[in-house]
Design a protein around this ligand. Structure first.
Ligand SMILES: [Zn+2]
Length: 155
């Protein structure tokens, strides 16, 4: 189990140890340079991709090369806007996060194994609704309940 993502759905903060959008841009340029690609970032101006959860991480699919880009939902001084940067081609996206993102995170965090935390939402032609994840959790009895001994003490 990926314990470093046990209690959160990962963003560049956890997955790449990056503290701000500006640092994310610098990181992407460094990766591109290391791979022999001219490190120029460019804003995507078309329809923005939907953010989704893959292996416990928020992500967006690069529309140029299908690379998986770690995404941040924004909403703070360090991360003012949603962002995902493709370190393969340098495209900067402003992914569209689901309106019920926080509820989705609660549902996904009930799953004990990070590798079971996937939600493709509106990424594909057939949307995967949050209700589907809730049904899957119920079928698998996630979260697992702690046993309560006959003495009544919670262990
Ligand atoms: Zn790309």
């Amino acid at each position: 189990m990926t314990t470093w993502l046990a209690n959160t759905i990962g963003t560049p903060v956890e997955c790449l140890k990056i503290g701000s959008e500006m640092e994310y841009m610098i990181w992407a340029r460094q990766v591109m340079h290391a791979h022999g690609v001219t490190p120029i970032l460019k804003d995507w101006t078309g329809d923005q991709p939907a953010a989704y959860v893959n292996d416990g991480r928020w992500a967006a699919r690069c529309l140029m090369d299908t690379n998986t880009c770690i995404a941040h939902p924004g909403g703070s001084a360090e991360w003012p806007n949603p962002v995902a940067v493709c370190a393969e081609c340098g495209t900067v996206y402003r992914p569209v996060f689901p309106a019920n993102r926080e509820l989705a995170e609660i549902v996904l965090l009930a799953r004990p194994d990070v590798r079971q935390r996937h939600w493709f939402g509106d990424r594909d032609e057939t949307p995967e609704r949050l209700g589907h994840l809730i049904v899957e959790n119920a079928e698998n009895k996630w979260p697992k309940r702690r046993a309560i001994p006959s003495s009544g003490e919670v262990v």
